[in-house]
Structures are given as structure tokens and as C-alpha cells.
Design a protein around this ligand. Structure first.
Ligand code: 6R9
Length: 645
């Protein structure tokens, strides 16, 4: 691992919002005097009633609960829109770049965004949506997605965004789980020159879920769709008829803002719930501090709104800060690998935030695609989603940023709401591959398997010792699961599910998941989810899924499949199973490799030894370790012999 250090550039040390001394002082205060620190920070939001207390959380079973600013009242949409109108009404809130570079970008000012949000809020109300009701959003990367989120926030409805790449089955499961009677979608989505049949997927999902009463359809591509009378509503028609003003619903800081489904170690994705006050404060504070953001700068987070990164760093953080957020409909490398840099040049992007997987894919296509663009507007680069390998880090730094731009490698999770361990560009010397230091109020610790705290340089399980404002508040509909999942492995701390190393300088290096979650192109996938999908196939008796190292995706999906007696393995069946998983979950879950295995390595008590499956998938068959506890050690020889790769 690389240990070279990139010092803070002089102009950053002088001009940044937080310099090295500032970080030390603020971090100390956030830990030693956290109540005062957070009540002071809370002033960055507009409150209807300013909170009298900050943290009232407990990680212990007896009085378990996460609560911040509980007697504060505010409205999230008012914080993202209304309060900016007087000073920034004519300033761009969203710069939208279309998939097809020959189409025209859209610039939406704060005033325009405010009016669209009010109209949609009125439309939702007219459709019977009330405070606390859930609204499913299944949209492509178009400005209407941001409008939808903020319209929900304005009236106190809880949004549940489902990534447009998920299948009708996956969508239906999420609709049912949160009991949402309304879906906002588009005719089709566009990505990399292809279209995604979103409305058709919603139709299929509604047939499965059976509880949807209203579908609002944005005409994004103008593609033909069937509109079901009495259920489906055309977005443009109802928007035109709705008033452009809508009062904001006063919300408690602890009223839910959104649900976002994410994968864990068990089969069913869980609905991570975030609330209003603490979440917004966390998104706004981290966005301003980590990106050193100043209104007027064009900032681009190249994530999809279907993931938490899109929620916190395309919509809520930047808009709470009165920023200009670039929203891109397409993919970084279409029509070719210059596109991402052309978008930077076209809109004079100063801050770019993307995923290591995208960088590795672009890097593979060669420096020529970068070199033919200017990129002089870039000041700061960021990454998120998975560990960045030092090689990709250096490429980002030298080739993309021409050595001039600090890189903020931000470690965080859907559950954390925003950045947790990250450099601050004016304060933190960088080490390629390290997420560096904890953000204000974050107290990371390393525990060994038995739960003993490790001091000094060490590797272990990464836990967080106290609550922070952006922490998730619950698993939708399953409070017990929240406590069970995150607070029982080790008592009194939040268990992240990640492993980490702390070096002699106190820098943090995330080493990846320690549970059965894999990270495919920066997207979380539960191995159990893919297994459940595979065993639903009539020919499959049993399946075990593991991750394996993949040059571009970070991790690929390797599936071991045992067929029912009498079924023949074949390449045709392999393809059928891949397609099956795509339809059951979505393209991101497609196995990269499927190995037919007459038997899986099980202990005598019937537990699958995943360690062995991982080793075989990695091709590391020389170090399989002790296989003597297996019920039938001979299955290992077959696994090794028939390895795919
Ligand atoms: C924001 C997001 C969370 C998991 C997390 C970890 C991995 C995210 C990382 C990183 C190393 C980084 N992860 N950022 N690993 N360095 N900078 O990605 O949320 O989709 O919930 O994934 O992603 O393993 O536990 P989410």
C-alpha cells in the first residue's frame, strides 16, 4: 500500500474554509463539547422552532434510540429553496446535462425550481397525499427527480426512491414494503444512448404490488406508453393546472424525510430511514466543508439519484447551501471516454465527485480521451463508493487534475447519511487510498473479533462510538431489525460492516466489507439477495454467491449453482440464469461468472464455508486452508477443477 504523502497545496491552506489548525480545533470541540458544537452548527439551517437540545441518542438496548434536535421544527424544502429566493432566485440551482451531447442542457434557477416544487406539491396534495404518506420515485436522472424529492419534503410526505435499473419485481417489493400508494415515474429513461422502459416496469410492478392507486408519468423521452385510465396521470398536464405556490408543512426534526432501500447480509433489502433536521444538517455541513463549497461554483456529483450519494450530494446538501448542482442524465463514457471531461468543460465544473469504478473504466481507455479536453475549471476532485486503489487515485490526481486538485476520498454509507471519514481539502495531507481522518463529531474505533478496542496502528472492525446528526433512525417497518443489525455485534457502538486499518499517523484505510455484502461498481449487493433470486429458478436446487476481485467493477459476482437432480448444466442454462437474475433484481446484480457445482462445501452442521468459495472464485486455490471440517472434503476438488475464469 502506498505511503507517499501529498501535502495540502499552499493556496488551499490559505483560502479554504477549514485549514489544518481549524480542523483540529473544530474536531476537538465536536467531541469534547458536542452539545454546544452541534447547537451552534444547527444555526446553518432555518428553523421554525430552534432546538433546545442536540443529541439525545443511545446505542444501548435499555434506552435505545437515535434522536437529534428533537424539539426543533423546520421544513427541508424551505431550507433548500425558499430561503435562497431573495438572494439567489435567479441563480442556477440545477444545471442539467442530457444523455445525448447534441441535445440542449437545461438550467433551472432557484425561482423556477421553487415553482415546480410547489406545483408538484399541490398535485400530490390533490391526489390525496398527506404528511407521513410514502411516495415511490422511479425516475431517470432528469430535474423532475429533484422536483419530486423536494415536493414530498414540502408537504411532509416520505419519499422512497428506487433506482431506475431495478426490475419490476424489485420495485414491487419496495412499493409493498413501505406501503406507497403513489408512484412518480417517466415514460422512459435514457442512459448511454439506450432507453429504459420505466413506465412499463411500473405497470408490471403495480400488477405485482396491487396497492398503487396513482402513477404520475413524466414525458422524458416522448416514447409511447399505455396510460391506465383512473390510475395514470400525465405530469405536464397536472403541473400546468396546479398553483405555483404551496405552503410548507411544519415538521419535527425527527419526522421521516425519506426511505432508501439498501442491501445487507440477509435476503431482503432494508428500508433505511432518515429524518429531517439531523440529516439535512449533516448533508449541508459535509457538503460545504468537505467540498469547500461556495455558492456560484458549479459542482457535479456524478452519482444516480437512486443511491444515497444522489440524495445527499446531488439534491439536499448542495441545495441547502444555495449551490449549483449539475445533474447528468447519462454515463461517463458515452458516446466515448471523453464525455465526462467534456461535460466538465461545457459547464465549467469546479468540483467533481465520482466513483473509483468509473475512474478505472475511463483509465483503461487511455489518457488520450482526457488530454483532448481542457479541465482547467476543476479545483477539487472527490471519490465515493468503494476503496480507491492508489493507481486510480494517482491517475485522477495527475492526469485528470494535472496535479493541481486535492482528492477527497469520502467514506460513508447509506446508513450514515453523509461523509464520515474524509479529508478536508485545506486541512488534510493526502495518502492515496486512505479516507484519512474522521469528520467533526465522528469517533471511529477499531475492534477485534471479541470486541476489544485496538489502539495505535491496527486493523479490525470499524465501529462508530457515538451518534452523529446524519445517522439513520430506523429500518422502515422493522424497529427491531435496526437494533439487531447494527448494535448487537458489539455493544454500545454502531457497527459499520466495514473493516479498516489505522496507520501510525492515525489515518484510516477502509479495507472493505466484513459481512456478506459485496460492492459491485460502487453498488451494494447482498450475496443473499442474488442467492434468493437464483433458487427461485425451477432448475436450481441451491446457490452460493461470493465476490471476487474485478479490474473495473472492484468486485464481481461469482455464483455457485447446484442444479436439481436430472437437470443438465450448459452454457445456454448459464445465460438463462444470468438473464433470470437480471429480471428478478436488475442488471447490476447479473453474475459475472456462474459455476455449476454438484455440491457446495459445507460443514457437518450444514453451514456453507464461504471462505473456500471466495478463494476458488479468486483463483487462489493454493491457500484454501483447512478443509478437514467439511462434511465432504471431495467437493473442493470438483470446485477447483471446474472453476470459471
Ligand atoms: C456512500 C455509499 C456503503 C459501503 C461502505 C463501504 C463502501 C463507500 C467508500 C467505501 C472505501 C470509500 N464505501 N465509500 N469504501 N472507501 N471512500 O457508497 O453508500 O451504497 O451504502 O455503500 O461502500 O464498504 O460500507 P452505500
Amino acid at each position: 500500500m502506498s505511503e507517499d504523502i501529498y501535502p495540502v497545496p499552499a493556496e488551499w491552506a490559505e483560502n479554504a474554509k477549514v485549514d489544518a489548525a481549524g480542523y483540529d480545533r473544530l474536531y476537538r470541540q465536536s467531541i469534547d463539547d458536542s452539545e454546544a458544537f452541534w447547537l451552534e452548527q444547527a444555526k446553518r439551517l432555518d428553523w421554525l422552532a430552534f432546538p433546545s437540545r442536540a443529541d439525545e441518542s443511545s446505542f444501548l438496548q435499555a434506552d435505545f434510540g437515535i434522536k437529534w434536535f428533537a424539539d426543533g421544527r423546520l421544513n427541508v424544502a424551505a431550507n433548500c429553496l425558499d430561503r435562497h429566493l431573495a438572494s439567489r432566485g435567479a441563480a442556477p440551482a440545477i444545471v442539467w446535462e442530457p444523455d445525448d451531447p447534441t441535445d440542449t442542457p437545461r438550467i433551472i434557477t432557484y425561482l423556477e425550481l421553487y415553482e415546480q416544487v410547489c406545483r408538484l406539491a399541490n398535485v400530490l396534495k390533490a391526489q390525496g397525499v398527506k404528511k407521513g404518506d410514502r411516495v415511490t420515485v422511479y425516475l431517470p436522472m432528469i430535474p423532475e427527480a429533484a422536483v419530486a424529492l423536494l415536493a414530498c419534503a414540502r408537504i411532509g410526505a416520505v419519499h422512497s426512491v428506487v433506482f431506475g435499473g431495478f426490475s419490476p419485481d424489485a420495485l414491487a417489493g419496495r412499493i409493498e414494503d413501505c406501503g406507497s400508494k403513489i408512484v412518480i415515474t417517466a415514460d422512459e429513461g435514457r442512459r448511454g444512448g439506450k432507453t429504459v422502459p420505466l413506465k412499463a416496469n411500473v405497470d408490471a410492478a403495480c400488477d405485482l404490488a396491487g396497492i398503487v392507486e396513482t402513477v404520475i408519468v413524466v414525458a422524458a423521452t416522448g416514447g409511447t406508453v399505455t396510460m391506465k385510465p383512473g390510475r395514470d396521470v400525465d405530469y405536464a398536464t397536472v403541473m400546468a393546472a396546479a398553483p405555483a405556490k404551496c405552503p410548507t408543512e411544519p415538521m419535527s426534526a425527527e419526522d421521516p424525510l425519506f426511505i432508501l432501500y439498501t442491501s445487507g447480509s440477509t435476503g431482503k433489502p432494508k428500508g433505511v430511514m432518515h429524518t429531517s433536521g439531523g440529516y439535512l444538517l449533516w448533508a449541508a455541513l459535509t457538503h460545504e466543508t468537505v467540498f469547500d463549497y461556495r455558492p456560484g461554483q458549479v459542482y457535479w456529483c456524478a452519482a444516480d439519484i437512486g443511491w444515497v450519494t444522489g440524495h445527499s450530494y446531488i439534491v439536499y446538501g448542495p441545495l441547502a447551501n444555495g449551490g449549483t448542482t449539475l445533474m447528468y442524465e447519462g454515463v461517463p463514457n458515452w458516446p466515448d471516454a471523453s464525455r465526462i471531461w467534456q461535460v466538465v468543460d461545457r459547464h465549467q465544473v469546479e468540483i467533481l465527485y465520482t466513483a473509483p469504478t468509473a475512474l478505472r473504466a475511463l483509465m483503461k481507455d487511455g489518457d488520450g480521451f482526457v488530454a483532448k479536453t481542457s479541465r482547467t475549471s476543476l479545483k477539487l476532485l472527490g471519490t465515493v463508493g468503494e476503496p480507491i486503489n492508489p493507481e486510480a487515485w494517482r491517475w485522477y490526481h495527475e492526469i485528470v487534475g494535472e496535479g493541481r486538485c486535492p482528492i477527497v476520498d469520502t467514506w460513508w454509507q447509506t446508513e450514515t447519511g453523509g461523509h464520515m471519514i474524509t479529508p478536508l481539502p485545506g486541512a488534510t495531507p493526502l495518502k492515496p487510498g486512505s479516507a484519512t481522518k474522521p469528520f467533526f463529531g465522528i469517533e471511529p474505533k477499531l475492534l477485534d473479533e471479541k470486541g476489544a478496542a485496538l489502539e495505535g496502528p491496527a486493523s479490525g472492525n470499524l465501529v462508530i462510538a457515538r451518534s452523529w446528526p446524519g445517522q439513520m433512525r430506523g429500518v422502515w417497518g422493522d424497529p427491531e431489525r435496526f437494533f439487531q443489525t447494527y448494535f448487537t455485534t458489539y455493544v454500545g457502538v454502531y457497527t459499520t460492516g466495514d473493516g479498516a486499518r489505522r496507520d501510525a499517523d492515525g489515518y484510516w484505510w477502509i479495507t472493505g466489507r466484513v459481512d456478506d455484502v459485496i460492492n459491485v461498481s460502487g453498488h451494494r449487493m447482498g450475496t443473499a439477495e442474488v442467492e434468493s433470486a437464483l433458487v427461485l429458478h425451477a432448475k436450481v436446487a441451491e446457490a452460493a454467491v461470493v465476490g471476487f476481485p474485478h479490474d473495473i467493477k472492484g468486485q464481481g459476482i461469482y455464483a455457485y449453482v447446484t442444479l436439481n437432480a436430472g437437470e443438465e448444466s450448459s452454457d445456454a442454462l448459464r445465460k438463462e440464469l444470468r438473464d433470470w437474475v437480471r429480471t428478478e433484481i436488475g442488471p447490476i446484480a447479473t453474475p459475472d461468472a456462474i459455476q455449476f457445482a454438484p455440491g457446495l462445501p459445507k460443514t457437518r452442521s450444514g453451514k456453507i464455508m464461504r471462505r473456500i468459495l471466495r478463494k476458488v472464485a479468486e483463483g487462489d486455490v493454493a491457500s484454501l486452508g483447512d478443509t478437514s471440517t467439511l462434511a465432504d472434503p471431495a467437493v473442493v476438488d470438483d470446485l477447483v477443477k471446474n472453476r470459471v475464469g
